[in-house]
Write a protein that binds this ligand. Structure first.
Ligand code: GCB
Length: 607
């Protein structure tokens, strides 16, 4: 019996690790593990080594490291760590902003949370779900390793049914945010490397056979047909599953196969389509005999036709802004609903109908609120600058992060573009890498547009700029970043630029911008003044308006953000100053230039 239960335990742990994250976590019965967690800063990874001399040997210690919450059982016993007497960090939250000595810390920290949990039904199954931890997380429950997750911005969960006790569970997580050459992203980024358990942690209780996954969206190019799939997890794989939208009295039943999966398409009438003007969401319920789950879902189509982007069949212009997942006035990573409200509220005030969530998947509150507010979203995989394009493990890592991002947000109407990466230098290995990634994204989701923030180059003809990238052939929307007037000349250089973009596809300018210290004033030629930045915006907007295929823009960037690369004393002091809003939340002059420009575009579109 003992062997059998050990087998079951190992089996469930192995399958738990291979598990795809449960869909629609906010729609589930959750028990939060947010709040204070004790932590031990461990720069030398002492928690992984056997006392002083012996290096950690995973084969001898399959359950993981040593900081697994041992307690002194006699007065003579030597244990050189103690979570109970260690300080606390708040989860969710980056560690850098919570303790001044961790501002620049890159290394390992052990977290521990104690909790009691009694299941509401003995047959139910229980998972622990993490919104994200940057960059690697090794997770242990009651002394057993649940698994390791790599990637700082995507969710992961583990089944804990067989390990959970009613009282006194100890969840230990070792988070390491060391930058890695073969990581995604790699060593060099222009943003703060916030470490820690940066998003919610929840215990999720579900029935023995539960609705693990589903996609419910309009079929590509069809305004009157819903297409999707549902997948059950558990012993009762074959069941009737009903998808219903009570508001339009719609209900469609399918039967899942021996793998628990059913694919479906069915007609819909009288659907009010989701759009920025009317972000209509329907309460959609998926129910089986053993489980039921609901959430608000919007329905719309998005596609490119020639040089146009069509939302619900009508051409649109994307009035956007780029955003990092950071709240300047709170000096930390953004994670909460309130943070999302503030950032997207500012975007709305700018008259945006679109945001670029750079340069990695942001927390789920952002996309769920974008759904409600009617803001279209570009989501991005952290394939940034010079990752190791020729390394197969780096590719697998990038593909996994993209898969997790798509799985989490595939039912969000607001998300219209999957971006494969940002400013990746052209080369054979990189071209193959991005092409493979784009094929993979399309295999998971054929309904959204594929893009990437590309670069351009100059030519022998002065002021003639060319977008010529082999990957542009594989995208639905050609996007590129440009910094004319900042890294390249002065703002009036824009006036003489001609663009050569030889693709019959819509063009989005994914970045342009320049730095300004909020409150610093001078003439339009003095760097770092609000006047320089405002002039740069005026010249750029008028230059971009001359590109015939121009269909959208997301200037860089909504708010000043922390970056260890930005070293200029009294000006940058560790901040990238290209925000339209300063570190203290005050708007700069350029904010109003863009706001006015977008208002004009909006008014022209209404005519
Ligand atoms: C870029 C990058 C972005 C940087 C920005 C800058 O091209 O995509 O991550 O922060 O330039 O400020 O230089």
């Amino acid at each position: 019996m003992k062997h059998f239960s050990t087998f079951l335990l190992i089996f469930s742990l192995l399958t738990a690790n291979a598990q795809q994250v449960i869909t629609n976590i906010p729609g589930r019965h959750l028990f939060t593990l947010n709040g204070k967690w004790h932590y031990i800063i461990d720069p030398y990874e002492t928690g992984y080594y056997d006392y002083r001399y012996k290096p950690y040997d995973e084969s001898k210690h399959p359950s993981g490291g040593f900081f697994l919450d041992k307690h002194q059982t006699s007065k003579s016993e030597l244990i050189e760590y103690n979570f109970n007497t260690s300080p606390g960090l708040i989860v969710p939250g980056d560690w850098n902003s919570q303790d001044n000595k961790l501002l620049y810390y890159e290394g390992s920290i052990w977290y521990r949370k104690l909790f009691d949990y009694k299941k509401s039904n003995p047959k139910h199954r229980v998972f622990v779900h993490f919104g994200a931890a940057n960059y690697e997380a090794d997770v242990y429950l009651n002394g057993q390793k649940l698994g390791k997750h790599i990637g700082g911005f995507t969710p992961f969960d583990y089944e804990i049914t067989s390990l959970l006790k009613d009282k006194g569970n100890s969840l230990v997580v070792m988070v390491n945010n060391q930058r890695k050459r073969d990581g995604v992203p790699t060593l060099n980024t222009d943003w703060w490397n916030y470490g820690g358990i940066t998003r919610n942690v929840d215990v999720v209780e579900v029935p023995e056979t539960f609705i693990a996954d589903y996609t419910i969206q309009l079929k590509k190019g069809h305004l009157n047909e819903i297409e999707g799939m549902v997948r059950l997890n558990g012993p009762k794989k074959s069941q009737k599953v009903t998808i219903s939208i009570p508001e339009i009295r719609l209900s469609h039943t399918v039967i899942t196969n021996a793998h628990g999966v059913a694919h479906f398409t069915f007609p819909v009438k009288k659907l009010v389509l989701w759009s920025p003007e009317n972000p209509k969401l329907y309460n959609v319920t998926v129910s089986a005999a053993t489980d039921s789950v609901s959430e608000p879902i919007g329905f719309r189509t998005i596609r490119a036709r020639g040089t146009d982007i069509l939302l619900n069949g009508k051409p649109i212009f994307l009035r956007g802004i780029s955003i990092h997942e950071e709240i300047p006035i709170r000096g930390r990573r953004a994670y909460s609903k309130e943070d999302a409200q503030l950032l997207l509220g500012w975007a709305k005030e700018l008259n945006c109908n679109y945001v670029r969530l750079a340069h990695y998947p942001h927390n789920e509150n952002m996309v769920r609120l974008a759904d409600k507010m009617g803001i279209m979203v570009w989501e991005e995989n952290p394939v940034y600058w010079t990752i190791l394009f020729n390394n197969p493990e780096t590719y697998t890592n990038a593909e996994q992060q993209l898969t997790d991002e798509i799985n989490r947000d595939k039912n969000r109407a607001s998300v219209i573009i999957w971006s494969m990466g940002n400013e990746t230098p052209i080369g054979k290995a990189r071209n193959n890498f991005l092409r493979k990634l784009a094929d993979h994204a399309r295999s998971l989701d054929s309904t959204r547009l594929i893009s990437a923030a590309l670069q351009f180059h100059g030519d022998t003809i002065p002021h003639h700029l060319i977008v010529d990238d082999p990957f542009a052939k594989h995208v639905d929307v050609v996007s590129f970043n440009e910094y004319v007037g900042w890294y390249d000349g002065l703002p009036d250089k824009c006036d003489s630029i001609t663009w050569d973009i030889p693709y019959n596809k819509p063009v989005i300018v994914s970045e342009f911008g320049g730095g300004a210290v909020q409150g610093m004033h001078g003439d339009t030629l003095t760097r770092w003044t609000e006047e320089f930045q405002a002039s740069l915006y005026k010249h750029n907007l008028s230059m971009l308006s001359r590109i015939p295929q121009w269909r959208g823009v997301s200037p860089w960037i909504l708010c000043d953000f922390r970056s260890p690369k930005r070293l200029l004393p009294f000006i940058q002091d560790g901040w990238n100053r290209k925000g339209l809003i300063g570190q203290n939340g005050t708007k700069k002059k350029a904010f109003y230039i863009l706001q006015k420009f977008y208002k004009q575009i909006e008014q022209q579109e209404k005519k």
